[in-house]
Ligand binder design. Sequence first.
Ligand code: AMP
Ligand code: ZN
Length: 476
Amino acid sequence: MSVRISNTLTRTKDELQPANGSGTFGMYCCGPTVYGPSHIGNFRTFLAQDVLRRTLECAGIKVKHVRNITDVDDKTIRESRNKGMSLRQFTSGWEDKFHKDCDALNMLRPQVEPRPTEHIKEQLDMISTLVDKGHAYPVSDGSVYFRISSFPQYGELSGLDKSGLSTQSVNSAGEVNTADEYERDNVSDFALWKGRKPEDGENFWKSPWGEGRPGWHIECSAMARKYLGDSFDLHGGGVDLCFPHHENEIAQSFCTTGVVPARYWFHSAHLMVEGAKMSKKLGNLYTLDDLVAKGYTPMQVRYALISGHYRQQLNFTFKGLDDAKSALLKLRKFADAALKKAGVDKKEFVATVAPGAKFEGTRFEPAWNALCDDLNVPKALGEIFAAASKVDECANRADLSAFGALMYALGLDIFADASEASEDGQVPAEILQLAKERFEARKAGDYARADLIRAKISEAGWTVFDKKDGFDVKRR
Ligand code: AMP
Ligand code: ZN
């Protein structure tokens, strides 16, 4: 069964196939801006991409996954300066935190995670080409703008009504618009390069147009091009990125290389919390740590965040998290019972859980078909539970392998320990011991050893969280 997704660019459901002849599917996803912890809305999007990648792997397609770490923009500069830290020092702390959360949520690491501050040359090369070709122009403050009117296809991805588009970056009062915190209203020519301002502090680089820093949009175009080529397969992000970010990426990439950068555009709808938009003001902007502090496990959070269809808004609720908890417990119990009945040793089975399993002819084929059909996770889960309700019928190698592969596709780590007690949060003694050793290693400043122990704990299906004067251990 081939994997199809709704392609924002073609507005049709398209079959995903690698095009570049190498047999590898190139996938670029816009990553986090590292100025604070990512929230569960961000993770909804990153998890949809993780499930897509895992599903492709289950379909036998090799994936090269690139996801950038935005480490320079208005917010990272402002916050690092407020804290009196260098940009690198500041963003690397949040980058580590992002990775820890991703690991806890059982997300596969992209093969490449490039940072724009380390790709200034690639961005400047692209801007120079755009200036040479007449698609971009410098202004007096040292900034360089992309001329939207030079690209007639601008707006095709998002179906933008261009009649209201202002093509001037300098307004009638002579003010240059330099905001790069993305706002829908900002539809004028956009900054490729931003001339140095006093509030940038030490964060500037040399360019043919004077000192400054890259604008936000150019980083993705330049780094996707470097790691995946002028034309790659899929580009993904939350729906808010469709316009203007992805529209701008297409414009600057096409005008540089002459080809549309990606053939498939994968956008996931936003996460709402208890029916409302997430915001700091409403106090409903949750991070993974917030939910763990309330007693939920990262695996329960993962389940809740992937359980809706990626194209529909997901209403995140605490009831949904409680449901995720019982759903995971059901899956664990099913796996235990079916393995026992089939006389298959669990450890041996877990070692064989792999994306390569066959689904055809198994009880789990309908679930796999649902996943292939526009990544319909809710339908797939419904089919999994329908099959799992008949343990006797699934107690054989073929069905168990298909079930294992589906758990891989969804990233649901349910095999680590099937006991009800562990789902309820009771931590096995040996895991606690490891966590204590890790805490001591951290106290002694031996971070390499602490990281090694963390990896061991993670392998066993648990995640350790640092607290002010101790630690917390949770099921993944
Ligand atoms: P940022 O760190 O703000 O650059 O965003 C990282 C990713 O999260 C982007 O793909 C955004 O589109 C996505 N995103 C931001 N807010 C939400 C939300 N409420 N629901 C789903 N995805 C979101
Ligand atoms: Zn991007």
